[in-house]
Design a protein around this ligand. Structure first.
Ligand code: HAM
Length: 426
């Protein structure tokens, strides 16, 4: 019989790893609050048409990677492969524009793409991200990029680099694609089969090809898109650069950064983990002024980014940025028998109510085994409760970190724990 296990490309977040997720999530919440973003949560599955129309039918995500299925009513549904289209759908469906002219939103959640799993690439993965909906101005692009950088700085990550580009408005890009096709025509035979297939379709995808020979041809012969923007596109890009310079954010201008989703206009950017392997994009985003209109919503400009949680954890692990896990337990109580347990339970409950972190022995182990475990869990204080302790309504609190002992009355325990506790009443 087949062993039960996770589906290929999906992972459990194990109890001894979840503290990493919680640390990142708490920093994210602080950063989002400081920039005045509001959280939006959308369902994990949507009608397939949303992604087909939103992300683009010919993108890799839609053409190869979606988990699409028919439900019992015959509807085609898809596990969301990204969140920008879902947020745009939510914006349109709930008429956000009637509430305010500008919406600054953040999200965090699981996504699904049927890609070949490897380090930093899963089939279920998690993204955090933001979308600023309503502003066409470069200061919105700058805020989005600055916020992305702020997250990595706030987490203490050192090995990353910001890449920016502009792929212009639709008209400029169409024009550029013709110029690109003409420039590459003499070198077409050297390209891989996939690039030759894409040559007459979305030729920009050639920039994403990992084949070294295609990379060489592109580097040698592809004209830079930045030289073929409209004056308004160039002005927008230059203003963005000025704002980034003003806040001291270094960047690399990367004319090959066209991104694999079809909805982008003008700004595109990525933050690359410079110590990561092949899957080095920590985050990616850009401006998408036509998406909401293309999904039958009001003509509304927008810009945003999304970032992989798993890749961030890989990068932080590589830089040793997670401290040794500690649950910050205040007290470990070991009753000697069931009578002692019954008598001490109200005290345990009262301490927990006040927010002290109290571990109660549930395995009926010997004192020696219990002490060994309390040490492993890095508990501050331990108390064994027997008949004597019940009679005197006191406890011999043993400080495991400092190796001393303190005879303490039950109603004084809180005061002793307060010396070291980080409690918050619940
Ligand atoms: P994306 O570039 O497809 O953009 O994904 C953003 C980030 O998600 C990547 O940089 C990477 O960190 C992470 N990621 C993507 N696929 C995987 C995977 N299979 N396994 C692990 N991590 C992965 C978007 O999704 C756009 N919606 C971003 C955006 C928001 N643009 C504007 N607003």
């Amino acid at each position: 019989m087949q062993k039960l296990r996770t589906i290929k490309g999906t992972h459990d977040i194990l109890p001894w790893e979840s503290h990493k997720w919680q640390k990142i999530e708490s920093v994210l919440r602080e950063v989002f609050a400081a920039y005045a973003y509001k959280e939006v949560r959308t369902p994990v599955f949507e009608y397939t048409a949303l992604f087909a129309r939103g992300v683009g039918e010919f993108s890799d995500i839609v053409s190869k990677e979606m988990y699409t299925f028919e439900d019992k009513g015959g509807e085609s549904l898809t596990l969301r492969p990204e969140l920008t289209a879902s947020v745009a759908r939510s914006f349109i469906q709930h008429n956000y524009q009637q509430e305010a002219p500008l919406h600054k939103l953040w999200y965090l959640g699981p996504l699904f793409r049927q890609e070949r799993p490897q380090a930093g690439r899963q089939r279920q993965f998690h993204q955090f991200g933001i979308e600023v909906i309503g502003s066409p101005h470069p200061e919105a692009d700058a805020e989005v990029i600055e916020l992305a950088c702020r997250v990595y700085r706030a987490l203490g990550l050192r090995n990353w680099e910001l890449h920016i580009n502009s792929i212009g408005s639709i008209e400029a890009r169409k024009n550029y694609m013709d110029i690109l096709r003409a420039a590459l025509e003499p070198h077409k035979d050297g390209l891989c089969d996939t690039c030759r297939e894409r040559f007459h379709g979305n030729i920009l995808r050639l920039f994403d090809c990992k084949n070294p020979e295609c990379g060489r041809i592109m580097k040698a012969h592809a004209p830079a898109i930045l030289d073929h923007l409209s004056p308004e596109d160039t002005e927008h890009f230059n203003a963005l650069r000025n704002y980034l310079d003003a806040v001291g954010i270094p960047y690399v201008i990367d004319p090959a950064l066209v991104r694999g989703l079809d909805y982008y206009t003008r700004t595109t950017f990525e933050i690359k983990g410079t110590a990561l392997g092949a899957q080095d994009a920590l985050c990616g985003g850009g401006r998408y002024d036509l998406l909401i209109r293309d999904l039958d919503g009001p003509d509304t400009p927008a810009v945003g980014f999304a970032a992989g949680m798993e890749r961030l954890i890989l990068a932080m692990d590589a830089e040793g940025l997670f401290e040794q896990e500690s649950d910050g337990l205040d007290l470990y109580i070991a009753p000697m028998d069931s009578r002692c347990l019954e008598k001490v339970l109200p005290l345990v409950t009262a301490l927990r109510e006040k927010g002290y972190r109290v571990q109660l022995e549930l395995l009926r182990r010997s004192v020696k085994a219990m002490l060994r475990d309390a040490n492993r869990q890095q508990v501050q204080w331990v108390a064994v409760v027997g008949e004597q302790e019940l009679e005197k309504r006191s406890m011999n609190l043993k400080n495991l970190r400092e190796n001393d002992q303190l005879e303490t009355a039950w109603d004084e325990i809180g005061a002793v724990l307060d010396r070291t506790s980080k409690r918050k009443p619940i």
